[in-house]
Design a protein around this ligand. Structure first.
Ligand code: NAP
Length: 515
């Protein structure tokens, strides 16, 4: 009998046996660095002349792996293969499809530390952040497998005499899966396996900064016996093959997680009908955030400061849910700011292979330069009170940075920086704080730290964020516990890791038979 779903526990690295196990995994990964990885279409491994190097952001001299790059011809081959495979995959019973996910989850659980070690090396994740990413990937598979089983059950309909009526959720077809680099395992696995367990076939284009993790996950799908052609692995630059994949007439849906601008572009291209296209393409887009923590005047101020620091600087602020705006009631503003500065100055930054460092680098030179530019903008928009500088120069390190006294409409209060930068803004009262919290075009996460029940109730209805947290940090959503996804420019209002998510990759069919 199937056991109930529960979240994968996080590893306690204080226990010597866990520390030892992670060090062994890091050594194994270290011995495999620099290998070549192929494109995989219909199970066939394909090498191309054009290759891209994945670099360790903690140590830019180190090559994590070298990946063949697909061009438009191979993108075409991948879509055709996915379309052919769909004809057989859609006929595989739902419970058999979900068994592939249970199997893949079991394999990933056995290789957990190895995958987390790849995340440390390729994405610069600290041990606990990498461990949480891997745990979330396992959770997505366990959760979506059970959700698929549920979706395949007979659904209650209103009965009328003399007829048998049944509602089925059938798959859509070929999906293009385009994940980001910041949860290179969890989000990539969640997007890919939700689509495939629902009966679709996939063309997976991994993020160019983190393709090795995705290539490693392809090994797991193969080991789990997922038939060739169900997931086709097509690494390549989004700028070069992205439009081709999105515009293709055989593409039935696009599942995208990434920035606002790329999401909007995909939305526009997907909306245009192409010759030979028989459907309206569906887009599931999860996009950026500009997330706030509101602190009320009666709040637990230590909790407020700890929540801001953890949400702003975990994984160097490179989470779509990260706090980049602290909106604090004027009565407690100085106390919260001073404590946040104190805590921020204690954070250590360096190569996260060493567990002593709290956080590591930002992901690549593009992110590094963009964040440093925003720090310059911040200096003209507020008062720099912590950080504001580069870290060690062998990687893309930036010190956790706090700006005080920033106006609600300043650029660093409005634009997504996606790095270790938080802006403090003073609110006259709680209503003013909520008004500021809602003044961006995004609506992903938010938190309120308050002891005032009436204020929490007001925020419950008026704080317009997809994931709103009270008296805790605004990061760290758990699959099945905190279904995740935002409003407005944060995406198409989907909820990954929630009970409605698989519906996005299916269409409902009613069959009615006269008895
Ligand atoms: P990105 O630059 O938008 O890239 C995301 C993906 O889109 C990558 O695989 C990228 O490929 C691909 N891409 C780029 N141009 C494309 C095009 N023209 N057509 C098709 N695909 C294209 O975002 P990112 O920097 O990887 O990720 C950070 C962003 O993701 C932030 O804005 C963050 O808030 C957001 N995010 C949102 C959520 C959420 O749940 N709402 C979760 C995580 C992250 P290349 O790598 O080859 O360019």
């Amino acid at each position: 009998m199937q056991v109930d779903y529960k979240n994968e526990p996080f590893t306690n690295f204080k226990l010597p046996e866990n520390k030892q196990a992670f060090e062994t995994a890091l050594a194994q990964v270290e011995s495999e660095l620099g290998r070549e990885y192929d494109i995989i279409i219909g199970g066939e491994r394909i090498k191309t002349e054009k290759k891209s190097k994945s670099i360790n952001p903690s140590n830019t001299q180190q090559v994590i792996g070298v990946v063949s790059q697909a061009d438009k011809e191979l993108a075409e081959k991948a879509i055709q293969t996915a379309a052919q495979t769909f004809e057989t995959w859609k006929a595989v019973p739902a419970t058999a499809r979900s068994r592939y996910l249970f199997k893949a989850a079991a394999i990933l659980r056995r290789r957990k530390h190895e995958f987390s070690a790849w995340l440390t090396k390729e994405a610069g994740k600290s041990w606990p952040e990498a461990d949480a990413d891997t745990a979330e990937a396992i959770d997505f598979m366990e959760y979506y497998a059970r959700q698929m089983d549920k979706l395949a059950e007979r659904h209650p309909l209103t009965r009328i005499p003399g007829e048998d009526n049944e509602l089925y959720y059938v798959p859509l077809g070929v999906g293009i899966v385009i994940p980001p680099w910041n949860f290179p395992l969890a989000i990539m696995v969640g997007m890919t396996t939700a689509a495939l367990v629902a009966g679709n076939t996939v063309v997976l284009k991994p993020a160019s900064t983190t393709p090795i993790i995705a290539a490693k996950f392809m090994e797991i799908l193969e080991d789990a016996g997922v038939p060739a052609g169900v997931v086709n692995f097509v690494p390549g630059s989004g700028g070069e093959i992205g439009d081709y994949l999105v515009e293709h007439p055989l593409t039935r849906f696009i599942s995208f997680t990434g920035s606002r601008d790329v999401g909007l572009r995909i939305n526009e291209l997907a909306a245009k009908h192409r010759p030979g296209q028989k459907w309206i393409k569906r887009l599931v887009a999860e996009m950026g955030g500009k997330d706030s923590i509101v602190v009320d005047n009666d709040a637990d101020l230590e909790l407020a400061a700890q929540s801001i620091v953890a949400s702003a600087f975990g994984f160097s602020g490179q989470k779509c849910s990260a706090c980049s705006r602290a909106i604090v009631h004027q009565d407690v503003y100085d106390q919260v700011l001073n404590r946040v500065v104190e805590l921020t100055k204690q954070l250590t930054v360096g190569d996260v292979v060493n567990p002593e460092f709290y956080t590591g680098p930002v992901v690549d030179d593009k992110a590094y330069n963009k964040i440093l530019e925003y720090i310059e903008i911040g200096k003209s928009e507020g008062k720099l009170v912590a950080g504001g500088e580069k870290g060690p120069d062998n990687g893309y390190y930036i010190l956790p940075t706090v700006f005080a006294d920033v106006a609600p409409d300043a650029r660093i209060m409005q634009e997504e920086i996606f790095g270790p930068v938080v802006a403090f803004c003073k609110a006259n009262d709680f209503d003013h704080a909520l008004e500021i919290a809602n003044n961006t075009e995004y609506g992903l996460t938010g938190a309120v730290i308050s002891r005032n029940r009436a204020h929490l109730e007001k925020a419950r209805t008026e704080f317009h964020a997809g994931n709103l947290y009270f008296n805790r940090k605004c990061t760290g959503a758990l699959v099945g516990v905190h279904p995740f996804g935002g409003f407005n420019m944060s995406g198409t209002d989907s909820k990954a890791g929630g009970p409605d998510y698989l519906l996005l990759f299916t269409q409902a069919k009613l069959v009615s038979e006269l008895l």
